[in-house]
Design a protein around this ligand. Structure first.
Ligand SMILES: [Zn+2]
Length: 162
């Protein structure tokens, strides 16, 4: 083990069970926390911002004890932090490690921002569904009205829900 790795591990103490989200683009850790539906039953939550990263230059890291990720949370994570690596921790060891993957569609996690969209009509029972477009930043396109949703739109929506 290099001294670099040991140094990094010293920043945050180990968690017993939970998740570590590594390689988050610097500055996105707070948005990542917003995406995760934390219910208060989780244990310790640790945030490291602007850590050194060979891959990204600077990166953020989020550790959450007692947290499991749902598919919807993973989909949103992949949009907000496409470079992120998820580590699943059980009994102090990493039992699973994978990089987030952009889905082809995102269903039911965010709303269309077009008020006239059929998905926003109270009498219609239509689940908002978006196609994921891979531009320099991933963006969403409503499958019903074609309206675009950027990362900033998603962030604003998640912030409003709290
Ligand atoms: Zn729409």
């Amino acid at each position: 083990m290099s001294s670099k790795v040991q140094e990094r591990d010293l920043i945050v103490s180990k968690i017993r069970d939970g998740i570590v989200i590594d390689h988050i683009p610097a500055g996105r850790a707070l948005i990542v926390l917003r995406v995760l539906k934390l219910r208060g039953g989780e244990g310790r939550i640790a945030l490291v911002m602007n850590a050194d990263s060979r891959r990204l230059g600077r990166k953020d890291i989020v550790k959450i004890e007692g947290k499991e990720l749902s598919e919807g949370e993973l989909n949103l994570l992949s949009l907000i932090a496409p470079t992120a690596t998820i580590n699943i921790i059980r009994d102090y060891s990493v039992v699973k490690k994978f990089q987030v993957k952009l889905p082809e569609t995102v269903k039911g996690v965010v709303k269309c921002r077009n008020p006239k969209c059929i998905t926003n009509q109270p009498r219609e029972d239509v689940v908002p569904t978006f196609k994921v477009l891979h531009l320099d930043q991933p963006i969403l396109q409503c499958q019903y009205c074609g309206t675009y949703l950027t990362i900033d739109d998603i962030n604003a929506q998640l912030a409003g829900e709290r």
